[in-house]
Design a protein around this ligand. Sequence first.
Ligand code: NAD
Length: 328
Amino acid sequence: MNKKRVLVTGAGGFIGHHLVTYLKKKGYWVRGVDIKLPEFEASAADEFLQLDLRYFSNALIATQGISEVYALAADMGGMGYISFKHSEILYNNTLINTYTLEASKVNKVSRYFFASSACVYPEYKQLRAKVTPLKEEDAFPADPQDAYGWEKLMTEIMLKYSAESSKTEYRIARFHNIFGPLGTWDGERAKAPASLSRKIAYAKLTNTNEIEIWGDGKQTRSFCYVDDCVRGIDMLMHSNYKEPLNIGQDRIVTINELADIIADIAGIKIKKVHIPGPQGVRGRNSDNSRVTKEIRWKPKVSLERGLESTYKWIEKLVRDQIKLEQNA
Ligand code: NAD
């Protein structure tokens, strides 16, 4: 039984909520912190504090008596969000990360995990759909596409310099499109797997077959299931590896292919209607050679299997929503 006291920030969000469940199963005593409670089921955390980490006093409360911090709190969302809210994202996330880091030093935290992102990689390496998978050293010379990526890179640098003068051990993962059930599925913060699942479920349940896709749908990404992600966080946190590592799938698909896989799972034929919308970089994939070599992590859940559980969860929510609209 592991009774280490750990903190998960962003525990009301998608990955943070899954991570709390995972760490509880491993026997940790877990404090969850977020500005909001998890939306879809109760947190498994031993203690859940609703705190705004943009204030240093709150970051001090959050990190008190804690030996490991998993810093996942962030103002973020899918393309529809991070492509437009640059200044808010830069401001909020700089405060969250600076204060959580500084408070962890004050409270003598022994290990600190930071959830960085594939968005740190420079745009000039991601101009083609058939993109070369991104290696960790590709982050420099830096040119992330959005403020979101610049802030993540800046926090990586803050951690690097903090390591020179503090006893805390720092670990950094660059997540590549994490998806799964219990995540945002509606609105501007939803990401492609959830948004497409919602649109396809809606098309199925209302007997329409058209779904809208932003751009020509030929932009490419890799998608990693959340169970693989939280296992990767644990493996990296408890490894001796100190540099940033990719946590992602290395199977690349176009957004059109992603929609086709989900439509197959739903058991319907869809007609894709391509409309203008934010698409992010043209192509992105993860090079997993270093993460495999250094910590022996590999994703285990196939895209099809991950999408099946995600789609089923979202179809039920869409069914409930349609019923509500019919009864209104
Ligand atoms: P999420 O939006 O579901 O979770 C983030 C949580 O942070 C939210 O619950 C939010 O309420 C909380 N938060 C925001 N502002 C806060 C504040 N001021 N104080 C306290 N809490 C605050 O996002 P997620 O998908 O679970 O992502 C978790 C982490 O992983 C984030 O740091 C994100 O940038 C990073 N990441 C995620 C992905 C992905 O594909 N999901 C990819 C790359 C990086």
